[in-house]
Design a protein around this ligand. Structure first.
Ligand SMILES: Cc1ncc(COP(=O)(O)O)c(C=O)c1O
Length: 396
């Protein structure tokens, strides 16, 4: 099929939520490269939105999935599963959390974490429903997670929203202090606001959340769906911010392209759910566990995360130098391989993204005018140099 034929069928038969997509179909991946149906090669700076962390040539990953297809893909959570418990053990020992629940997506994992927070207070005989989240945050598209998302554009058609979410300005400790009370069930925060234009949370703010949650008996939940599983150069982004959340939510890179989400809990929060309180047919199935187990082993047993930290620092340095030479860039920010370049209002990030695609670079935008870079962890400095040269040409 030509790309125009695909686009026509998409317009006719697919729910129109994605509008007109970029006119490319990727049909093959190799290392950090994607190839379209005409054979054109692109360097991937998006990794399926922070998901394909190992790139496209990890033979061990493919083998783990093929072996599972060849033996048994799915049973049910009625039965024990060795690969599921191996993954659970590996995730908990690598992160210091006590237990894990496996879901199918980021939104489903956040939903589970929100339920866990409410159940935690309910079980203590003092139900609390208020969850504090950040203005500009993004937590998913289900009814609860879109209500958790601190962006009004996601709310309009879905009022009345599920109660009760309060949105505070990120990195404003005074506003947070005023908002957290003895009615707060939990504070939910992304260590770096991802869809919300790559805003890193400061260590002081992250620690203030912990302090206020402890003071008021609330739970701290980190949405590490984008930052987690190595994207910032450490398995989780939270420890470097100097506080340990009670619950951490994962997805995206956890499966390296296979759909899987998870929440990890520790302490009393880990004991809040009892049999029957939560569940999932597909969550934690053999395919998802085989994928995620391989990823966790790879991230914890090789030096790939130090590579992420090194190459991420190099990338940020190159973006910062480009900004110094290029008035079209207003700001550069992020950590590890989760980086953004905010452009001045007169230059459209959307247009630059399209021009980069023509030039063979897959990138994304965030918010109004931020170019977003989320490459696979196996990206090398020469790929980054090539992107910076292309950006320099386009922005001059
Ligand atoms: C921080 C964060 N939370 C939640 C989600 C929702 O994840 P999913 O799209 O897998 O439901 C996303 C997706 O972009 C995200 O970035």
């Amino acid at each position: 099929m030509t790309i125009d034929e695909i686009a026509r069928l998409d317009e006719k038969y697919y729910c129109p939520v994605f509008g007109k997509r970029l006119p490319v179909e990727f049909v093959r991946g190799e290392d950090v490269y994607l190839f379209d149906s005409a054979g054109k090669r692109y360097i991937d700076f998006l990794s399926g939105i922070a998901t394909n962390c190992l790139g496209y040539s990890d033979e061990g990953y493919k083998q783990a999935l093929c072996d599972t297809i060849g033996s048994l893909m799915h049973t049910s959570n009625y039965f024990y599963s060795e690969v599921q418990v191996r993954l659970a053990e590996k995730l908990c020992t690598a992160t210091g959390y006590d237990n894990v629940f496996l879901a199918n997506s980021g939104a489903e994992a956040v939903e589970g974490a929100l339920k866990l927070a409410r159940q935690y207070h309910f079980a203590k005989g003092m139900p609390r429903i208020e969850i504090i989240t950040m203005q500009g945050s993004f937590h998913g598209r289900t009814l609860a997670t879109l209500a958790a998302t601190g962006q009004a554009k996601f709310h309009e058609a879905f009022r009345p929203l599920i109660e009760k979410f309060t949105y505070v300005p990120v990195n404003d400790i005074a506003a947070l202090t005023a908002a957290v009370s003895d009615s707060t069930a939990a504070v939910l925060v992304e260590p770096i606001l991802g869809e919300g234009v790559i805003i890193p949370v400061t260590p002081e703010y992250f620690q203030a959340i912990r302090l206020l949650c402890d003071r008021h008996g609330a739970l701290m939940i980190a949405d590490e769906i984008q930052t987690g599983m190595g994207r910032t150069g450490a398995l989780l982004a939270s420890p470097a911010l100097g506080a340990a959340p009670d619950i951490v939510v994962l997805a995206k890179s956890l499966g390296n392209g296979f759909p899987v989400g998870a929440f990890l809990a520790r302490g009393a929060a880990a004991q809040a759910f009892a049999p029957g309180d939560h569940g999932s047919t597909f969550g934690g199935n053999r395919m998802a566990c085989a994928a995620a187990y391989y990823v966790v082993c790879k991230l914890t047993e090789t030096d790939i995360l130090s590579h992420v930290a090194e190459v991420g620092a190099y990338f940020l340095g190159r973006l910062a130098s480009l900004k110094a030479d290029c008035p079209a860039i207003a700001d550069v920010r992020g950590r590890g391989l989760m980086l953004g370049a905010e452009l001045v209002p007169s230059v459209s990030a959307m247009e630059i993204k399209k021009a980069l695609l023509d030039a063979g670079f897959v990138t994304a935008t965030a918010g109004q005018n931020v170019l977003r870079f989320l490459p696979p962890y196996v990206i090398q400095t020469h790929h980054i140099d090539a992107l910076i040269d292309a950006l320099k040409d386009l922005l001059k």
